[in-house]
Design a protein around this ligand. Structure first.
Ligand code: ZN
Length: 150
């Protein structure tokens, strides 16, 4: 049995934890200087209105999300609640399968069908009302790739 199958039968794992920040460069400096975390990648995801920095934390990532403008989802989030935990992403083996199960149970979803997220993963968001207040992202990497650094 491989390591990623351990613990739960469907192979779910924490792909990343995303934190909304006002200033990406200042936040990166903090995580580098205080925790020694390395930046894997910085990417602008226009569709979601964010600049994303991915930090290596072993088997998972921390993503820092800086809004491209105030009228983006992350910009509105920061205006309402301040910087902080934005979402947790679960890596899944089959995103359609997971979405179908959630839909069958009438779980409140933001995305009924997958879309393309940072790095080319197929992603969908589950509404925080369904998950006790935390926005939950599901992510399936293309065949043969993985979000984790090897
Ligand atoms: Zn994410």
């Amino acid at each position: 049995m491989s390591e990623k199958d351990a613990g739960n039968s469907r192979g779910l794992r924490v792909d990343h934890i995303a934190i909304a920040v006002k200033n990406l460069d200042e936040s990166l400096k903090f995580y580098k200087d205080q925790f020694g975390l390395e930046v894997i990648d910085i990417e602008v995801v226009e569709e979601q209105g964010v600049r994303v920095a991915k930090l290596d934390v072993g088997n998972t990532h921390i993503e820092l999300l800086e809004p491209l403008s105030d009228d983006t989802p992350v910009g509105k989030f920061i205006a309402q609640r301040g910087p902080g935990l934005h979402h947790i992403c679960l890596g899944v083996n089959n995103i359609e399968c997971e979405l179908n199960k959630l839909k069958a149970n009438s779980t409140k979803l933001i995305d009924e069908t997958p879309r393309i997220g940072a790095g080319g993963a197929r992603i969908a968001f589950v509404h925080p009302k369904a998950t006790n207040g935390v926005l939950m992202e599901l992510s399936e990497w293309p065949e043969g790739t993985s979000g984790a650094p090897d």
